[in-house]
Design a protein around this ligand. Structure first.
Ligand code: FES
Length: 574
């Protein structure tokens, strides 16, 4: 039987209940806002943590959705307050939105802890907002429910569906190759983003919201509903209704985010052919929860989970199609035997119960087990002399010809160097070369930008080359594709072996053997290391803090002082 809290046990009661000078002050200011005492005293105070911003098109509808959440909170006898949070917009934030994920996590954590809040509805979806919000909520461990912003509708160009990112890369490549006219290019620009919501390919946004659902942090089915669908409004209302009960039941993130729940998320990540960014975020989430999630766990799970979601960039369709095909519940039901169905979710029920009745409606979009897109998961973890801390490759996005490949390195010391030289006609490169980008990692980028899909040199594009082996300490957009080895750790900026690679060195990629090696004698590497010096930039403000305290990719890129998962005590009220 679920025990329920008494009103006097609510966290907010410490602010509003006592007959003290402070209690008077807190209540009087609520009255100043036009509320009656009975509106908020002894009722769960629910923070609607809203990452809406006028410069975040993926969250353009979240102001309206906040009103729907409020409706649900009032209906269930709670008291809603909207709390704005730092809005990380993937498209505009430079040098990399990843730089700011930890800032959103801190913003969320500190707002929830310092205010009279009993529970939270977390509203986000654009890439880093999902992990940022969840990391903050895990650290405060207040009852929380995640409300995904939802994917945007399919893009459209001349009746052809267009996918965020994926079709941008595809048609830009064709434009560079001279096969797309200016008129067509402009029409594509006008048709690729047609509604509010996040990228509707299986990029980081769709991946992370799906994993939030797989972990049990959303209502069942929440992550697949398009932002513009009226079901999304009802989802917002239902989330508001449910969080009030979660507070009374004292159902907290630590009760939901267990190791089996995280393993479920990894299995789903593989089955959807999810973004490689999810690996970094899941490691960070686990660490916030005080759990260890080493990279080999991803590889182990990937080996026995088939890819079933036929969604771009690995597949053919888009998130709107995924929703109509049955959505994430249908996909999870199809891999039930690979999941821990006893995991508890925010609606208080085990996953088993939430998946009852779910079925695939369109097997072209969500494949059955008998006809998967790939027999085993879409991601491999590589180790070797070039990546002693590990590296990641999205195998489903890589050309099979390159799964075992040795080639000569063409090295760019940073992104500006690459921009300046990649398309020079005298660049010594061919289709068997390995393009290497240095100084694009967590500290080097900084913020580990999504530069990992290095462009194919124009002179090779014109010869029909569309994929090459690329190696970097950067990340890659979940909407991107190609044989791109990412997250090489330790990164070159801190002196990882990647920093020592020179033009012409042989690099061996062996995906079946899970290896990435630099075929240079140890003595030569030692000589190069003796001449290597770490960059010493003049940083200020947040960037200075970031470069001083951020961890490496295989450790989740969280700040070292936030990762251990230690709960900080509630503030005293004097
Ligand atoms: Fe927001 Fe892609 S830009 S999810």
């Amino acid at each position: 039987m679920t025990t329920r809290k008494n009103p006097e046990d609510l966290r907010s009661y410490r602010w509003f209940g006592p007959d003290t000078m402070r209690g008077f002050s807190h209540r009087s200011r609520m009255l100043q806002l036009g509320y009656r005492r009975e509106d908020f005293t002894g009722k769960p105070v629910i923070a609607i943590v809203n990452t809406w911003s006028e410069i975040n098109p993926c969250h353009a509808h979240l102001r309206e959705r906040a009103e729907a959440v409020k409706r649900g909170v009032w209906q269930s006898g709670g008291f809603p307050v909207e709390v704005p949070a730092f809005s990380i917009t993937e498209t505009y934030m430079k040098p990399s939105p990843m730089l700011y994920r930890n800032l959103l996590a801190m913003d969320t954590e500190e707002a929830l802890r310092s205010l009279p809040i009993d529970g939270a509805v977390l509203m986000g979806g654009c890439d880093k907002t999902t992990p940022g919000l969840l990391m903050g909520a895990i650290s405060t461990n207040l009852p929380s429910i995640f409300l995904p912003a939802g994917p945007m509708l399919r893009g459209n160009w001349n009746g052809q569906p267009l996918g965020s990112g994926t079709d941008l890369w595809k048609y830009w490549t064709e434009r560079c190759a001279g096969t797309v006219s200016e008129e067509d290019w402009n029409a594509i620009e006008g048709g690729i983003a047609r509604s509010p919501g996040f990228c509707m390919t299986m990029g980081t946004a769709a991946t992370m919201t799906a994993l939030a659902e797989a972990m049990g942090m959303t209502l069942p089915g929440a992550s697949s509903i398009p932002a513009a669908d009226s079901n999304h409004v009802r989802l917002a209302i239902d989330s508001g209704r449910r969080i009030v009960d979660m507070v009374w039941e004292d159902l907290k993130p630590a009760d939901i985010l267990t190791l089996p729940a995280l393993r479920n998320a990894i299995a789903v990540d593989m089955a959807i052919g999810g973004s490689t960014n999810a690996i970094i975020h899941l490691v960070a989430l686990a660490r916030r929860r005080g759990l260890d999630l080493p990279l080999p766990v991803f590889d182990e799970i990937a080996r026995h989970v088939p890819v079933l979601a036929n969604i771009r960039p690995s597949g053919e369709f888009l998130m709107e199609d995924f929703y109509y095909a049955g959505g994430l519940r249908a996909l999870m039901a199809e891999i039930k035997d690979l999941l821990d169905l006893d995991c508890r979710t925010v609606n208080g029920k085990p996953l088993r119960q939430n998946l009852e009745g779910a079925r695939i409606v369109n097997p072209k979009v969500i494949r059955g087990r008998e006809a998967p897109l790939a027999e085993s998961g879409g991601t491999a973890i590589l180790y070797g002399s070039l990546a002693p801390g590990g590296a990641v490759i999205k195998t489903v996005a890589a050309d099979r010809r390159f799964w075992q490949h040795t080639g000569a390195a063409v090295v760019f010391k940073d992104y500006p160097d690459m921009e300046a030289r990649i398309n020079r006609e005298d660049l010594n490169v061919d289709e068997n070369s390995v393009l290497v980008l240095q100084n694009a990692g967590p500290l080097g980028g900084p913020g580990m930008p999504e530069w990992g899909m290095l462009p194919i040199p124009n002179k090779l594009l014109r010869r029909g080359v569309r994929d090459m082996v690329r190696v970097s300490d950067a990340r890659m957009s979940g909407t991107a594709y190609g044989t791109c080895v990412l997250h090489v750790s330790p990164e070159s900026y801190v002196g990882g072996p990647l920093a020592l690679v020179r033009d012409g060195d042989s690099i061996c990629l062996d995906i079946p053997g899970r290896r990435l090696d630099l075929l240079v004698p140890d003595a030569e590497l030692a000589a190069r290391r003796s001449h290597w010096t770490r960059p010493s930039p003049q940083d200020r403000g947040y960037l200075a803090l970031y470069r001083e305290r951020v961890t490496q990719a295989h450790e989740g890129c969280d700040f070292d002082f936030l990762a251990p998962g230690m709960a900080q005590a509630d503030p005293e009220i004097f």
